[in-house]
Write a protein that binds this ligand. Structure first.
Ligand SMILES: *[C@@H]1O[C@H](CO)[C@@H](O)[C@H](O)[C@H]1NC(C)=O
Ligand SMILES: *[C@@H]1O[C@H](CO)[C@@H](O)[C@H](O)[C@H]1NC(C)=O
Ligand SMILES: [Cu+2]
Length: 238
């Protein structure tokens, strides 16, 4: 093969596997603006080491110094919106080759959300969507892509009032047949929840709960996969 065709193949491979970040939140359908209330990572690369503190809130995500905190009431519908680059149109929101589950976790800060590092068993899973149709191999990521990069969660009304980190996660499994391979895209937003109740939901640690050997993390999705179990356990529905 000529060098030029190798180079164009490489360029295609890079372009078709471009990465993405969580760039907007919407509160009950109202767009809050780009990167508002969000801990912004330095670039759109995924995290691949499930033991790294980058798994919590992406690279540089252990502090929210200088990041604003949204004020919401319990029961609010939060929409997360992801993009490959600093643009909302002109390309796939998340590149179509990235197949996998979409999950949302929430963790209550001991004091304010901006100073919370999210370490320890503090995270409750409130949303998970994975392999939606084994026949057509439709994944949650396909729905996010078709929906302009957006997916939503309703904050359980029974959560106690207080400040929280909300962590959205998309796991891309296109090169996950060996570990490390699965790509963790993570976006954290800071919210101050009023109203609420007195629930004490189950909690896991991130990092901590995920293992490289989890069947939802090391998996070949191109072998007629019939079912998929996302890492992190069951969804708590409030
Ligand atoms: C949350 O809001 C989005 C955007 O407005 C909407 O598409 C979605 O259906 C809502 N979800 C629920 C459960 O209300
Ligand atoms: C959080 O929201 C409550 C209720 O709206 C408000 O009283 C409180 O001042 C807020 N805290 C911060 C730090 O914004
Ligand atoms: Cu990518």
């Amino acid at each position: 093969m000529k060098t030029t065709s190798i180079l164009s193949l490489l360029a295609f491979a890079v372009a078709s596997h471009a990465h993405f970040t969580m760039q907007y939140i919407w509160i009950n359908g109202v767009d809050q603006g780009q990167n508002v209330d969000i801990r912004i990572p330095p670039n759109n690369n995924p995290v691949t080491d499930v033991t790294s503190t980058d798994l919590t809130c992406n690279v540089n995500g252990l502090s929210g110094a200088g990041v604003s905190t949204a004020t919401i009431v319990a029961g609010t519908n939060i929409t997360f919106e992801w993009h490959q680059h600093d643009q909302r149109t002109g390309e796939d929101a998340i590149s179509a080759g990235h197949k996998g589950p979409v999950q949302v976790y929430i963790a209550k800060a001991p004091s304010d959300a901006a100073s919370f590092d999210g370490q320890g068993a503090v995270w409750t899973k409130i949303y998970s969507s994975g392999l939606l149709n084994a026949q057509t191999q439709q994944w949650a990521t396909d729905v996010v892509n078709a929906n302009g990069g957006k997916h939503s969660v309703v904050i359980p009304a029974s959560l106690p009032a207080g400040q929280y980190l909300l962590r959205a996660e998309i796991i891309a499994l296109h090169v996950a047949e060996s570990y490390p391979g699965a790509q963790f895209y993570i976006g954290c937003t800071q919210v101050n929840i009023s109203g609420g109740g007195s629930a004490n939901p189950p909690k896991i640690a991130l990092p901590g709960a995920y293992q490289g050997s989890d069947p939802g993390i090391t998996v070949n999705i191109y072998n007629n996969l019939q079912s998929y179990t996302a890492p992190g356990g069951a969804v708590w529905s409030g």
